[in-house]
Design a protein around this ligand. Sequence first.
Ligand SMILES: NC(=O)c1ccc[n+]([C@@H]2O[C@H](COP(=O)([O-])OP(=O)(O)OC[C@H]3O[C@@H](n4cnc5c(N)ncnc54)[C@H](O)[C@@H]3O)[C@@H](O)[C@H]2O)c1
Length: 351
Amino acid sequence: MPRIGIGVIGGGGIAAEGHISGYKLDPRCEVVALWDNDPARVQEQAQRLGVPHICETLDELLGREDIQAVSVCTPDHLHGEHAHAALRAGKHVLVEKPMTTTREDAARLVEDVRETGLVLLVGQIVHFQPAIRAMVETYRSGEIGDVWLIESDYISDMRRYYGPHGETPWRTDAQAPQDILMGGGSHSMALLMWALETEVKQVFAYANHKAEPMLPINDCYLVSLLFENGTIGKLIAASGNRGAAPTGGRLVMYGTKGTLWGSRLYRNNPELHKTEIVRDFQEEFSQSKPRVQGTRQVQYWGEQCEHFLDCIEGKAQPSTSVLEGARIMAALCAAIESTRTGKPVDVDNHF
Ligand SMILES: NC(=O)c1ccc[n+]([C@@H]2O[C@H](COP(=O)([O-])OP(=O)(O)OC[C@H]3O[C@@H](n4cnc5c(N)ncnc54)[C@H](O)[C@@H]3O)[C@@H](O)[C@H]2O)c1
């Protein structure tokens, strides 16, 4: 069977250590070409990673007949435009999170997928972590009962990435800085919605700009959430952390029969007035290693690429589809609007 030809749009850190490294492990595909607007970087990356073709323009990459699918790994605010161009050129798309940075761009991608029937997978890499999957499965199997409160945080120290001499200067670019609620908070919002299998109905959010001077916009968000199923939730996204971050963490679910927190399942013993650890997912999966190793951000990139190829071959449905990506965006955009208006905002989930 001919291999699926892959084009990579944006040839920076996550393209190299995440996507290209992941594709290289799967014999069903071949990374054919790379495009980036930095000619020196693209040259160096293509050589180092063994990508045979460098394209001078996006149109050149999208016009290649030996490419059936692309990864979009450009800065956040370009995802919408680049994923749209790729779908309209007939290519399946794996787009880095956040899927877009505006609701309009998200709606356009939903239309693109509806009209073309192509695959769009949003790269929510956290969903591929075995311990997180096990926590979500534990909830879905009824072990903690009905969830009444849910939390997820993304609290980071981004100094190595920020500034004109940082690893990813686009994040603090004065014209189009990365909004940490989009860039980091999209991990959390996606996780909350995926875990609960529901949508956000209403948000109320505060934000400030006190911790990270290199970022020209708000660096900390606290978002209160009301989900369609009645669960309430909290999301924090911040980039100016200067110490530990012992708050909620990746995923916390409080249910009527137990709690999932810190990768563990806890249950209260009412006779002994004691909280017991029922399962420790980190421990259970301590031997499970991502297939891509040796990268700075060791994540389940290989597993994500494998899932994308399975979707293209019709063996799976995207773990985060274009519609789910659009609803994540709708909730994040509503939260930003709430910080501006000082009022709760109803989320428009109709796409
Ligand atoms: N899933 C994760 O855990 C994770 C982690 C880090 C980054 N990301 C996401 O990956 C994306 C890329 O981030 P990165 O860390 O690789 O950044 P990076 O700076 O290393 O790479 C971005 C690349 O895009 C190129 N670029 C900039 N403007 C462009 C344009 N107009 N046209 C074409 N190329 C352009 C840059 O030259 C650079 O090579 C971002 O959306 C980021 O949010 C995801």
